[in-house]
Design a protein around this ligand. Structure first.
Ligand SMILES: [Zn+2]
Length: 459
């Protein structure tokens, strides 16, 4: 019969965890579950996806050869976005990378593809349910409950983006307000009228919305928003300055999900907002040295390699995210699920070498986020001269910044970059409002180098 434990209803709202049993499960038990799921995933992919069958054959393995997580990390080859794009190009729909007959596909999305060809992402109905639940862990962790109402400042295009958050709201039992594609003023008016409690958007767009609201004579902090939740760009768990601006602008609590469109929502903000937790019910991930391929131990920086249990339509196994992360297994919030401190610390493929120093986009972003007076609008322009890469950083000051001090602000940024990264970059202060504002995936890097030297920036 029932035990004392069953008196406590984990869904009562008293628990800080959406799924206390799994979120606090000891590592060894979690790993045992992972191994079991990985084994069945390998078998499934081998039997149903021509791409994986060939990949395993080339590596000289069958699913039965993988008996431990160690085997999995060392013997199962990594996969990359380019493998999928290449095969999809040659075939209609998903080609050899798909593992399900077409009629089982319930939803089709694509990566945003800032450069090159977008990756096609098929989902079965089950995939969307699981993908959506990834968000719920994070919402629950910060106090969002089924009575909350969600405003989507998202245009519902082919880009996966907040579609998965929509599936998540359905899983939670919250209410959806689909803001859709309209003017920023329109979004503000809708929020004023509908009084949602949660705002979902990219961090940049939430800040821009607040700016526009103020121009309309409306104090965004006085509206109904209690939480802002973000994805698509480094947000409140990665950049303290952005967190502060978001919290203050909206008079709300901000958090974020670091997801990868083709994988799934992947992680959710720890309530400490020092980083994110991996959703270990849907994901297995480990860190790898991008050069040698060797595993990187806890506490050190390596590339995040992800296997998802969510994508039955197109399995992604040992998939390279090209995101550099610092992984830990203990967190003050009590979760045993992997903790990525500072979220994504850089891109293993998006890195430029300036005068012999490797410069990561997010390293520069981190510095900009720490300097008072610098707004969230900035851009990095890459050029190539005499065989060498050059980077010009353009920053917009915050609106109230005194005009006569703007040149000094640029110098201050230059000094901070030099101090932290040991490289001198050209920095230019540009007038307030002159850089482009985007609703999705702000394109921070303008790569003006010849095509052949550009690295894959696409994601
Ligand atoms: Zn935590």
């Amino acid at each position: 019969m029932s035990t004392v434990r069953s008196f406590w209803n984990p869904r009562s709202g008293a628990s800080p965890y959406w799924n206390p049993y799994l979120e606090t499960m000891p590592r060894e038990r979690l790993d045992a579950i992972h191994l079991k799921r990985i084994k069945s995933l390998l078998r499934y992919a081998y039997d149903n996806s021509p791409f994986y069958r060939q990949k395993f054959q080339e590596a000289g393995i069958t699913p039965d050869d993988i008996r431990t997580l160690e085997d999995f990390k060392t013997r199962v080859p990594v996969t990359d976005k380019s493998d999928f794009i290449h095969l999809q190009e040659e075939n209609p729909h998903y080609g050899q990378t798909g593992a399900m007959p077409e009629e089982y596909i319930a939803h089709h999305c694509e990566t945003s593809g800032t450069t090159g060809i977008p990756l096609r992402i098929p989902y079965t109905m089950y995939d969307t349910e699981r993908y959506g639940e990834g968000w719920v862990y994070g919402w629950w962790a910060v106090g969002i409950r089924p009575h909350d109402t969600f405003y989507f400042a998202f245009n519902w295009g082919l880009f996966a983006g907040f579609w998965s958050a929509y599936w998540g709201v359905r899983r939670l039992g919250g209410k959806v307000y689909s803001g859709g594609g309209q003017t920023t003023e329109g979004h503000i008016r809708a929020i004023q009228r509908l009084r949602p409690t949660v705002l979902l958007s990219t961090p940049t767009y939430a800040l821009y919305m607040a700016e526009v609201a103020r121009e309309m004579g409306i104090d965004p902090a006085g509206l109904s928003i209690k939480y802002t939740y973000h994805a698509g760009e480094p947000g409140p768990c990665a950049l303290p300055a952005v967190r502060k601006q978001l919290d203050e602008s909206w008079g709300a609590f901000s958090s974020e999900c670091y997801g990868v469109a083709e994988l799934h929502s992947l992680t959710f903000g720890c309530p400490t907002r020092e980083g994110v937790h991996l959703d270990e019910t849907n994901t297995f991930s480990w860190s790898r040295d991008p050069e040698s391929g060797k595993e990187i131990p806890e506490g050190q920086i390596g590339e995040n390699i992800v296997t998802t249990y969510v994508n039955n339509a197109q399995p992604l196994i040992n998939y390279r995210t090209h995101d550099l992360v610092e992984r830990h297994y203990n967190c003050v919030c009590g979760r045993t699920w992997a903790f990525l401190r500072g979220v994504v610390l850089g891109r293993s493929d998006f890195m430029v070498t300036i005068r012999g120093t490797n410069v990561y986009q997010s390293a520069v972003e981190k510095i900009l986020g720490s300097i008072p007076g610098v707004s969230t609008h900035y851009q990095m322009i890459l050029t190539r001269e005499k065989g060498l890469d050059r980077m010009l950083v353009q920053v917009e000051p915050v609106k109230e910044y005194p005009v006569e001090k703007q040149v000094q602000l640029g110098e201050q940024v230059g000094k901070a970059i030099h101090q932290a990264l040991k490289v001198r970059l050209e920095v230019e202060t540009v007038p307030v409002g002159s850089l482009p504002r985007y609703e999705l995936k702000t394109k921070r890097i303008v790569d003006q180098r010849p095509k052949e030297v550009r690295r894959a920036l696409d994601r």
